[in-house]
Design a protein around this ligand. Structure first.
Ligand code: PGA
Length: 259
């Protein structure tokens, strides 16, 4: 069985003081989360403070991006080794905002996936189609292309250390989430591809998260789908109460959470 995972993507939000307060509130709101793993991904500048707040708790820290070299003359970049030193467990790779606004390519995403794995970080590879692509019936082509390119050249074992997020671009920050059926269909397709790329056994262990306007009131029905192994949460992760509510729904996989 895959333990559900909920990842907070704070994006470019918050001062150190705000990050500290938010992480403390999430930590206190969850106490000992059971049946679910939780990772907070603050901006780089806030990472050390959040890591300090979460030390000794069951909540882990992660990053929103990394470069693919360990060190060197790469002005402005942050390496997976630096993130590992801060205690990060996971790094988001290939988020659509980076693909869109920063021109991140599939080849770069693949280098980042490999670099993260080489430093013991789980890459959380994001894939997803735009509204236009969905209208044109290209959803499966797009997610397949991004998945294959992002994971290119990995051994089946390495593939087993990856996490995938299906994030339809049209659902990110719009308040319009994919329906459980829409997400489930794509997740099932992605898992089929993972079986082909690794093995059926390994594919069964890889978490596939859904991201795009996940909120406390839709997290339950999304996570109830057997193919949806948790969420990558943007906007709602900036409010402790909303995020804690989502985590509890994921822990219960849609059941009413027990306190
Ligand atoms: P959202 O963002 O929850 O604000 O839609 C999700 C994401 O971009 O990871």
């Amino acid at each position: 069985m895959r333990a559900p995972l909920v990842v907070a993507n704070w994006k470019m939000h918050g001062t150190i003081a705000e990050g500290r307060a938010l992480a403390s509130a999430v930590r206190d709101g969850l106490k000992r989360p059971r049946g679910v793993e939780v990772v907070l991904c603050p901006p780089f500048t806030v990472l050390p403070a959040v890591a300090e707040v979460l030390a000794g708790s069951a909540i882990a820290v992660g990053a929103q991006n990394c470069y693919w070299e360990t060190s060197g003359a790469f002005t402005g970049e942050v390496s997976p080794a630096m993130l590992a030193e801060l205690g990060c467990r996971l790094v988001i790779v290939g988020h659509s905002e980076r693909r869109q606004h920063l021109g991140e390519t599939d080849a770069q995403v693949n280098l980042k996936v490999r670099a993260a794995l080489a430093h013991g970080l789980a890459p959380l590879l994001c894939v997803g189609e735009s509204a236009d692509e969905r209208r044109q019936g290209l959803t499966f082509n797009i997610v397949e292309g991004e998945l294959r390119a992002g994971l290119r050249g990995l051994s089946p074992e390495a593939l087993g250390h990856c996490i995938v997020a299906y994030e339809p671009v049209w659902a990110i920050g719009t308040g319009v989430n994919a329906t459980p059926a829409q997400a489930s269909e794509v997740h099932g397709y992605l898992r089929g591809l993972l079986s082909e790329l690794a093995s059926k056994e390994i594919a069964q262990t890889v978490r596939i998260l859904y991201g795009g306007s996940v909120k406390p009131d839709n997290a339950g029905e999304l996570c109830r789908e057997p193919e949806i192994d948790g969420g990558l949460v943007g906007g709602a992760s900036l409010q402790a109460q909303a995020f804690v509510g989502i985590v509890k729904k994921a822990a219960g996989r849609g059941a009413t959470p027990k306190e």
